[in-house]
Design a binder for this molecule. Sequence first.
Ligand SMILES: [Zn+2]
Length: 90
Amino acid sequence: MSLLMVRCPRTGQEVWTGIETDPDSFRKIPDDLFYTSCPHCGLDHAWGRDEAWLVHAPGATNDNGLVAGRPRLELRLGHVQDGGASETMP
Ligand SMILES: [Zn+2]
C-alpha cells in the first residue's frame, strides 16, 4: 500500500491525507474535492486527485497503520525467545 499525500499550501510541507491506497485505486478516485485536516497549519485543506501523489509506505502500514506496529513487535520478540530456548536445548 502507498500513502496518499498532498502539499500544505501554507507551509509547503507534505501532508498525509489519512488515505492508504494503491496506484490502481488511486486512478479510480473520483475527480472531486476532498478535505484533509493539516497537522502543519491546523486548517482543513481542499484537494483534488490532480494535486495528490502516492508515496511508498515503508512496511509499517501492511496491516492497518501505525497502531498495528506494536503487536507485530511483540510477536517478533516472542519469536526470538522461542529461537533462543531451542538453541540452548541439549
Ligand atoms: Zn496546512
